[in-house]
Design a protein. Structure first.
Length: 290
């Protein structure tokens, strides 16, 4: 059972909507700007700043419906938090990198910065939806306003930003938020912040209010674990087994983390996140047909 209400209606319906990728309004920036190497996550090598061979003239991915089947699991879990359409339609005013090759490299650099800012906005909106953190809501709103202002700046201003410093300042606020909310869970709690929990068995574990910030949970067995009010900021959930786990009020969980994990219809999720299509369609592990 959840022990705290999830994000507010305002956070769910207003803030998050602008922080979801809208590929139809983007110029395929995530298919061009980043580089990657052939691995379990990517079927090929692709240098940064070069279009993926599957990128079509329409700026859409030709294998998007079956990225995993084609060996592009890394693409299937990637989330730009809406930075792609912001850079494409706002920063560069609808001028794409094919028609304006002279500004292509600048666009790619700005995209990397914008993604960081939009990720921070996601966390700030989530934090503002947590009533136990009301004492820092004023600071969180100021941070949200400042970050939003940065995203509306011209390319030159974005490239001058000290994003590391801004991220550190916001992260300090988010950490305070986490501590205030997790304090609602009584009793001592283990601190797994930054811990290497790769492949560990935590099935049926009571992890309520536990800090898992930045932890490595690759391939971990979290079946039926209670993760309510657990802080999952930046936790690596690749291949983690979340079947039957309760994440109803988990803190700072993102869609890309879920997309990298395994789960089923018995996995309880917080709004506004959705059940990944590749998850089992039933609690007995039956594969999804979607």
């Amino acid at each position: 059972m959840s022990t705290e209400p999830g994000p507010s209606e305002l956070a769910r319906d207003s803030g998050y909507r602008a922080l979801r990728a809208d590929c139809g309004r983007c110029f395929g920036l995530c298919c061009v700007a980043p580089g990657f190497s052939a691995s379990a996550d990517f079927a090929i090598d692709k240098p940064a700043g070069h279009p993926c061979p599957h990128l079509q003239l329409s700026f859409r991915c030709g294998i998007h419906e079956d990225l995993r089947g084609h060996g592009f699991r890394g693409c299937a879990v990637y989330d730009c938090f809406g930075a792609g359409q912001q850079v494409s339609q706002v920063t560069f005013g609808g001028r794409d990198w094919r028609r304006g090759p002279q500004s292509a490299q600048q666009m790619y650099q700005v995209f990397a910065i914008m993604r960081q800012l939009h990720e921070l906005l996601w966390y700030l909106v989530a934090a503002l939806g947590l009533p136990p953190a009301r004492s820092v809501h004023g600071e969180l709103r100021r941070a949200l306003t400042a970050t939003e202002a940065m995203t509306r700046g011209p390319a030159e201003a974005l490239l001058r930003l000290d994003t590391d410093r801004h991220r550190a300042e916001v992260n300090a606020l988010l950490l305070t938020t986490s501590e205030l909310v997790r304090a609602r869970v009584p009793g001592p709690k283990p601190d797994y912040r930054g811990a290497d929990l790769t492949g560990v068995s935590l099935s049926n574990a009571d992890l309520k209010g536990v800090s898992l910030r930045g932890s490595r949970l690759i391939g971990a067995d979290l079946r039926r674990a209670d993760l309510n009010l657990a802080d999952l900021t930046g936790a690596d959930l690749r291949g983690a087994d979340l079947r039957g786990a309760d994440l109803t009020t988990s803190l700072f969980l993102t869609q890309s983390q879920l997309d990298a994990a395994e789960g089923d219809s018995g996995t309880r999720l917080p709004p506004p996140l959705t059940r990944p299509a590749h998850w089992s369609s039933s609690a007995d592990g039956t594969p999804s047909t979607s």
